[in-house]
Design a protein. Structure first.
Length: 415
């Protein structure tokens, strides 16, 4: 078996030296936090959708969410869903100005012993779920998405960029690449916290988009790469009458470079990928660094400590479609002959907040977001606290929220 030097090529870091809209509409902002009714633990990346529309958002890693509901939608209701839990529906009128606690109840039915023996070939199931494109949206769609990237040195926020984009999603059975156009963006970079190194992420939203394994399987499982892994069934249960498998995978040969390990959740009844969580299996840190570092000073050594990916899929007219993804990376940086290392973490995430059918994914070149663009060099500032208007966004985590408030206070002081 011959393995390819395959990697998620869009995620490129640039190390540089440094010396130091749409028309607004009336809406109601609804806030909440999603938790497990049994464990009281927060549920991250739960889906929140305005019923009867394609407007939606997700909860963040702290379980909180915010969604802007147009006042034109009468008797508006929100459906909150999370894999393995029963859906709940709430009237928007049930939400006041405070954050509402939403508790979801576990809905997992364990299979009986006789059914546990009826196992499908796991490798074949994974391969079929990625190749059976009829299980996924077959027409071109324009996704409205919210994208955020953050860079930290140690535990301090050093750079933050956010954007609302249109993703022109080609049909899943079409080999055409998805395209992105930028609607609104904002950024703030504090290079003083980065010392003499400015860390930037090239490609912006493409870093999150290319984690769509169904659309871009070649980075992980395409061709003979699917034979390079061991597969283990770690959980199986029913949800809404559908059989759900949780499958773990890891490289057969642990010394192979550019391999991954993680878990996949697959609807075995519909042969449909629901969720993937995986990490780069870092064998040689210096070689792994070559996957991500595009430019750096010659006397600077950079190596990744961990690189993690996550993607999940929603339903659009009973077909699977990209819903949310993130990449988390941590790097160690050191100048030659320096005693102390510096640690950086980078997170890029994107969520679909609306879906509209379109006839073509073609867009004008002037409006097209290129994979070579660095968002923090293109975006606007943070001066307007009501910048996003009626756009739905991923609710910031507390550390990011504090950073945004500090930025806005500083800007008000300057003005």
């Amino acid at each position: 078996m011959k393995l390819k030097n395959t990697q998620i090529k869009s995620i490129v870091l640039v190390f540089l030296m440094s010396t130091t809209a749409l028309i607004a509409q009336d809406f109601k902002t609804v806030k909440g936090i999603v938790k497990s009714a049994e464990s009281k633990q927060v549920l991250e990346f739960a889906s929140i959708q305005l019923m009867g529309t394609e407007l939606k958002t997700i909860s963040n890693t702290e379980g909180t969410f915010e969604i802007k509901v147009p006042l034109s939608v009468k008797n508006a209701q929100l459906r909150i869903s999370f894999l393995g839990y029963a859906n709940r529906v709430f009237s928007v009128d049930q939400f006041d100005t405070k954050e509402k606690v939403i508790e979801l109840f576990s809905q997992v039915t364990e299979l009986e012993g006789v059914e546990l023996e009826r196992l499908t070939d796991l490798k074949n199931l994974i391969q079929t779920s990625l190749e059976r494109k009829e299980s996924y949206v077959q027409d071109a769609q324009r996704l409205t998405t919210f994208y955020r990237e953050t860079i930290k040195k140690g535990n301090k926020n050093a750079a933050l960029a956010e954007a609302v984009n249109y993703v022109y999603k080609a049909p899943y059975q079409n080999s055409q690449l998805d395209r992105i156009s930028l609607i609104k963006s904002r950024k703030q970079t504090d290079y003083s916290r980065l010392d003499t190194v400015a860390l930037k992420l090239q490609g912006g939203p493409f870093n999150a988009l290319f984690i769509d394994l169904v659309k871009y399987p070649r980075y992980i499982f395409e061709g003979d790469l699917i034979d390079a892994y061991n597969y283990t069934l770690v959980e199986q249960n029913y949800q809404d009458q559908d059989l759900i498998y949780t499958i773990a995978f890891e490289p057969i040969q642990v010394n192979r470079e550019y391999m991954y390990k993680g878990t996949l959740k697959i609807n075995a009844s519909k042969v449909q990928l629901l969720q993937a969580s995986y990490a780069l299996n870092i064998i040689d840190p210096d070689r792994a660094a070559q996957l991500f570092v595009r430019k750096k000073p010659s006397n600077l050594r950079v190596w990744p400590k961990q690189v993690n990916y996550f993607v999940n899929y929603g339903l659009y007219k009973e077909k699977g479609i990209y819903n949310y993804s993130n990449v988390n990376m941590s790097f160690t940086v050191n100048y030659r002959r320096k005693i102390f290392n510096k640690n950086f973490t980078l997170k890029a995430e994107m969520a679909t907040t609306d879906i509209k059918p379109i006839e073509s994914t073609k867009i004008e070149k002037d409006n097209r977001f290129k994979t070579s663009i660095i968002l923090v060099d293109q975006a606007e500032g943070f001066s307007d606290p009501d910048f996003w208007g009626a756009f739905n966004i991923i609710e910031p985590e507390k550390s990011i929220e504090v950073a945004i408030r500090k930025i806005q206070r500083k800007l008000r002081q300057l003005n």
